[in-house]
Design a binder for this molecule. Structure first.
Ligand code: R5P
Length: 309
C-alpha cells in the first residue's frame, strides 16, 4: 500500500509509510515558468497507486499547496479509475476502475482560522477548502485543526488528530516544565492534554485580538513564581501571542519560558522576535521550519489507521 506525496509532504510521508506498514512513493510535482503547478503519477508508480488504497500527504498551505493537493488527488483518482487516455498515445489508454481508496493526510490545514463569517460578505474559507477536498477523496486525517467543528459534517469521514502526545514527550525530555499555559481559550484543550500527560500544573489566559499583528491578554494572577513554564498553542504565526504571554509570565516570576506548537508558521521575523521573549521554541514538522523537532507522522498514522479500517 503506498503513501505518496508531491512537494509538500515528502519528509512526513517518508516517516509515515513505515508506521503504516506501507511503502513511500514520490509523485512528480513541479512549476511551469509562469508559476502554475504541474503534477503527475509517474508511469512506474501507476501499478502501486492502483494496487491498494493510497494515502496522499499534502498541505493546503500556502495557496499553491491547496491547488497542488487538489491536482494530486485528481491525478490519483484518474489513475485508479483507469482513465489514462493521453495525447502522446502511451499505452494503456485505459484500465479497469479499481474503486474507492484515496485518503488524504494533511499536516497543516491552511485557511483554518477563517472558519467563521466574521463580517458580512466573507467566504468561510476553511469550509470551502474542505468541501473541495472531500469531492476528490474518501477520507481525510487532519493534524491539530484550529477549530474542528467547521469540518465535522463533510461528505467523507474526517479524523482530527493531534501531535500533543509527542509534544508532551518532547517537553518532558528537553524542558521539564513545572507549569503549562494556554495563551488563549482556544488552546485550552490541547494545553490541558499536555499538562495531564506530564502531570503539570495548568492555567490559561484570555486573549483579545486587535488585528493580525496585535493582541491583548486580560491580566491574571498565575502561580508561576520560580517555575519553568511551557506555553502550548496549536500554531505560532507572528509570535505576538507567545511574546505577550511570556512577558506576563516573566513579570510574575517565571524562571524560564518555552513555547511549543504543532504548526510553526513563523511569519516574517517571528523567530527573532520570539528569541527576545522566550528561552526556547519547539514545533512539529507539519510545516518546514527551523524549530521543527517533533514528527507529525505518529499522529497522522493514528488517524489514518482508523480511516483505513
Ligand atoms: C489563534 O487563536 C491561534 O491559536 C494562535 O494563538 C494564533 O494564531 C497565533 O498567532 P500569532 O503568533 O500571530 O499571535
Amino acid at each position: 500500500m503506498p503513501v505518496v506525496s508531491g512537494s509538500s509532504g515528502r519528509v512526513i510521508g517518508e516517516a509515515l509509510a513505515p508506521l503504516l506498514g506501507m511503502e513511500f512513493v514520490a509523485l512528480e510535482s513541479r512549476r511551469f515558468p509562469d508559476g502554475e503547478g504541474y503534477v503527475r503519477v509517474p508511469s512506474d508508480s501507476i501499478e502501486a497507486v492502483r494496487a491498494e488504497p493510497v494515502v496522499l500527504v499534502s498541505n493546503t498551505y500556502p495557496d499553491s499547496g491547496v491547488l497542488e493537493t487538489i491536482l494530486l488527488l485528481e491525478a490519483i483518482g484518474d489513475v485508479r479509475r483507469g482513465n489514462l487516455s493521453n495525447y502522446k498515445g502511451q499505452e494503456p489508454q485505459s484500465l479497469p476502475d479499481v474503486g474507492n481508496g484515496v485518503f488524504l493526510a494533511i499536516p497543516y490545514y491552511g485557511y483554518s482560522r477563517q472558519d467563521k463569517r466574521f463580517s458580512p460578505g466573507e467566504a468561510i474559507s476553511a469550509r470551502v477548502i474542505g468541501e473541495m477536498l472531500a469531492r476528490c477523496c474518501d477520507g481525510i486525517a487532519i493534524l491539530d485543526l484550529h477549530a474542528p467543528a467547521i469540518l465535522e459534517d463533510l461528505s467523507v469521514p474526517v479524523e482530527f488528530v493531534s501531535a500533543m502526545p509527542e509534544i508532551a514527550e518532547l517537553l518532558a525530555n528537553e524542558v521539564e516544565p513545572d507549569f503549562i499555559l494556554s495563551p488563549d481559550k482556544g488552546a485550552i484543550a490541547r494545553a490541558t492534554e499536555v499538562a495531564n500527560l506530564m502531570g503539570c500544573e495548568f492555567s490559561y489566559l484570555e486573549k483579545t485580538r486587535i488585528d493580525a499583528h496585535t493582541i491583548e491578554h486580560q491580566p491574571k494572577d498565575l502561580d508561576v513564581n520560580g517555575k519553568v513554564v511551557a506555553i502550548v498553542d496549536d500554531m505560532i504565526s507572528t509570535g505576538g501571542t507567545i511574546c505577550r504571554a511570556s512577558d506576563a509570565l516573566l513579570r510574575q516570576g517565571a524562571t524560564a519560558v518555552h513555547a511549543a506548537c504543532t504548526h510553526g508558521l513563523f511569519t516574517a521575523g517571528a523567530i527573532s522576535r520570539l528569541a527576545n521573549h522566550v528561552d526556547g521554541v519547539h514545533s512539529s514538522d507539519s510545516l518546514p521550519n527551523p524549530r521543527a523537532v517533533v514528527s507529525s507522522a505518529p499522529a497522522l498514522a493514528r488517524g489514518l489507521k482508523i480511516l483505513l479500517e
